[in-house]
Write a protein that binds this ligand. Sequence first.
Ligand SMILES: Nc1ncnc2c1ncn2[C@@H]1O[C@H](COP(=O)(O)OP(=O)(O)OP(=O)(O)O)[C@@H](O)[C@H]1O
Ligand SMILES: O=C(O)C1=C[C@@H](O)[C@@H](O)[C@H](O)C1
Length: 353
Amino acid sequence: MDATTCASSLNCYYKQNGFHEMGRKKSSNGFLRLSSNRNGEIVSLKMIKSRDLRCNKNLGQRKLDGFELSCSYKNYQAPALESEKSRVLVDEPSILKKKSEDVVPYMNGRCIYLVGMMGSGKTTVGKILSEVLGYSFFDSDKLIEQAAGGTSVAQIFKQYSESFFRDNESEVLKELSLMRRLVVATGGGAVIRPINWKYMKQGITVWLDVPLEALARRIAAVGTDSRPLLHQESGDPYTKALQRLSTLSKERGEAYANADARVSLEHIADKLGYDDVGNLTPLSIAVEEIFLKEKKMFMAQNFLGKQFKSVIIVNQFTAVGNQSIYVEAHSKLHVLEQIEKFLQGEEETARNL
Ligand SMILES: Nc1ncnc2c1ncn2[C@@H]1O[C@H](COP(=O)(O)OP(=O)(O)OP(=O)(O)O)[C@@H](O)[C@H]1O
Ligand SMILES: O=C(O)C1=C[C@@H](O)[C@@H](O)[C@H](O)C1
């Protein structure tokens, strides 16, 4: 629950319960200081962003069940926690639609390439994104299978070889790079060949960064039959998936970090107050992160395109604090300053997305 929602819920609750004049403010330590109680005395309420609060995930609507708070009066700390049910409904489909409408003008029809480890949700999140953007969706693994006359990825690996598969993957990405208005779920290993980056960088690349344990849980749930690189070792499905994913992740090193934007599920979960990324639905992932990064990125790219034709942005969007952006450029500081100015002046709402 974000601070504003929580504050307004608190406001209602305490109005009903006799407090008046509810000033409210969130300070960095999570306290909400409400200006006065009915006797005109200062009370302070500690907002607990409880990680135990439950969310009902119902057809894309996150219903926030409630909040907990402790209340202190002057120096007296109330022993009991207050709690209240809130009736806040976060309508993710509508939020996503609104955000997509905001970002579409900045995209100029450019494709989105989702990269990430096996099971990171590229297909699931990609389909949602394509729908909301009015783009077509392609799964590069599926295209390779089609080109091989319907032979599955697992079978291609077995019958031919991994390098045969990789050649076809590069070919598919090359063809896709000539097209517009696509969301592409790439294969988990597409990032290892530099030539593939050349193709994918025709569009916007987004890395879905999911902790390995969560990936292993997902993969163990559906089995490793369709994932030849995982379908090798003995042991229980979770452990063998985790071991193999750890090895692959080390081998791939920083390859995923070449993406223009990184969508960290840990970061989103933290922001929403969850202990576990398993609480994040694909829709909430799309809502929370992707558009924010894309929009900022497009704005900077447009800006850089106009002002600094020779600048290559590597890691375009690592937003630090509010506004800083890492770019690789000879005049890095100058570019940063310019982008900051541009972002501040041009687009206040990007920060509020
Ligand atoms: N946010 C999520 N929470 C829980 N499960 C998810 C989430 N996103 C995807 N999954 C599940 O994880 C599995 C893998 O998802 P998906 O196929 O979208 O990943 P992928 O990145 O396209 O995988 P691959 O690269 O192997 O094709 C599926 O069973 C999917 O339902
Ligand atoms: O991570 C990988 O190397 C792979 C991921 C899958 O999407 C498939 O592209 C294939 O199984 C290889």
